[in-house]
Write a protein that binds this ligand. Structure first.
Ligand SMILES: Cc1cc2nc3c(=O)[nH]c(=O)nc-3n(C[C@H](O)[C@H](O)[C@H](O)COP(=O)(O)OP(=O)(O)OC[C@H]3O[C@@H](n4cnc5c(N)ncnc54)[C@H](O)[C@@H]3O)c2cc1C
Length: 409
């Protein structure tokens, strides 16, 4: 019998998480094998063509806000030169008076420099984003196609072995290496270190080594609306990304003169059906009206003309799960990216590469990443007997001046 291929490092899953981590390891001079159950990279949730990235400033624990700031800086450094749209407006809550100094103070407390997040009046927002709503302007926020980015990260090179259409079912410890087996218990590969970045199926793979993570699916639908140039919406469509409760990207003109406007997204917990639904389009029409503060607009004039549907993977506490599993030496996890695939994969790439390759965490430390933040992400926060993560000391609710951020966490 031929011995299975052995690799120093294997990544399970070629989504944005697995691809970012593999790319980081390769860029540090190491070889990596990526094994993917589908035909190639970026086919599952990371087939998303219109993902946005910005730091989060509202709703959620201080831990989450600190982490999104750090992750945004990393994502900007990694992909900022590839953003497809640059600049996002986060309007303040309706009915709250715009107070530039108070918001600036709050942003400063979150460690957000003005070039990252700047308070803007309604007039300034109108010039920057085409929407006259006071809020916070993220000058360096942007949008990426996760599908293209994932594929680019896994461009063939000498240090990369890619194995597609192979579904890993279980991990088995043998001596000081890990065996990766399929559903028929065939040994597919062996490895010294395994990084599980398979989205929701990470749950099943890790259960084979008695690690139970509270992962659940959350279906999401983005709607592509067609807008007639003569109707009242057309003059209001934004020129920049707008985020808050939901998000939308700048509208573009189609060949026949109609406008195409992408708005999202629904947040359907525990659902895995990835067919488009008209009720999700209706939900997105409402989000569209909320984002533009145009409650009186006739939502039927936003005509559904395409959708993107994906199944997110979310953890019980809505933070991603990124880190080593000390109870299972050589196993690392990067999953539960929720609706922040860009941010969390940028962070996972640095953190997991440092852990796998025994790096010095210098870059992360410079950005303010602490051991308490690492504990808040670590998979063993969910495991019986593990030290509880240091969330309590860091958690607090954000100041209510700023509007809520999307529910999709
Ligand atoms: C509607 C919607 C809107 C969103 N908006 C945004 C946004 O604006 N900004 C943002 O940053 N993020 C957004 N996201 C989230 C983002 O798409 C995800 O967080 C991200 O794609 C998850 O990446 P992943 O690599 O963890 O998982 P996946 O992309 O699911 O990758 C996991 C990979 O593992 C493979 N795999 C699974 N099981 C196995 C196995 N047993 N063996 C081998 N391979 C396996 C899968 O085939 C897949 O390729 C959105 C998601 C949705 C659904």
């Amino acid at each position: 019998m031929i011995a299975p291929q052995h690799h120093g490092i294997v990544v399970i899953g070629a989504g944005i998480a697995g691809a970012s981590i593999a790319h980081e390891i390769i860029s540090r001079g190491y070889a990596v094998c990526v094994v993917e159950s589908e035909s190639g990279p970026g086919t599952a949730c990371s087939s998303h063509p219109y993902a946005i990235a910005h730091p989060h400033i509202t709703r959620g624990s201080a831990t989450l806000l600190q982490l999104t700031r750090i992750a945004f800086e990393l994502a900007l450094a990694r992909w900022g030169d590839q953003w497809l749209h640059r600049g996002a407006l986060h309007p303040i809550k309706n009915g709250i008076e715009f107070n530039r100094e108070a918001i600036a103070l709050q942003l400063n407390k979150l460690g957000l420099r003005p070039e990252i997040a700047l308070p803007v009046s309604a007039e300034e927002a109108s010039q920057l984003a085409g929407v006259a709503r006071a809020g916070v302007w993220f000058a360096n926020a942007g949008m990426l196609s996760l599908e293209k980015t994932t594929q680019q990260l896994l461009q063939p090179c000498a240090q990369l072995t890619q194995i597609n259409q192979v579904k890993i079912d279980a991990l088995v410890r043998e001596g000081n290496r890990w065996l990766l087996t399929d559903a028929a218990k065939n040994i597919i590969l062996s490895a010294d270190k395994v990084i599980v970045a398979a989205g929701l199926p990470s749950k099943k793979i890790l259960s084979s080594i008695q690690i139970k993570l509270p992962l659940k699916p959350v279906r999401g639908q983005l709607s592509f609306f067609r807008v007639k140039p003569t109707n009242d919406w057309a003059a209001r469509l934004p020129r920049a990304i707008i985020c808050g409760d939901g998000y939308c990207i700048p509208a573009n003109r189609l060949e026949n003169g109609d406008m195409r406007w992408i708005v999202g997204s629904s947040f359907d917990e525990n659902e895995t059906d990835n067919h488009p639904r008209s009720e999700s389009d209706r939900f997105n029409q409402e989000q569209a009206a909320g984002l533009l503060n145009y409650a009186e607009g006739d939502q039927s004039e936003l005509m559904p003309d395409g959708q993107f549907v994906g199944i997110r993977c979310v953890a019980g506490d809505r933070l991603p799960i990124i880190g080593a599993l000390p109870q299972r030496p050589g196993i690392f996890v990067a999953t539960a990216l929720g609706s922040r695939g860009i941010l969390w994969s940028a962070l996972a790439a640095k953190l997991i590469a440092d852990q796998v390759l025994a790096g010095d965490f210098a870059l992360l430390a410079r950005l303010g990443f602490t051991s308490a933040l690492a504990a808040a992400l670590a998979p063993d926060r969910f495991l019986a007997g593990a030290t509880p993560p240091a969330l309590g000391a860091l958690a607090s609710n954000s100041n209510p001046i700023l509007p809520p951020s999307p529910r999709a966490k």
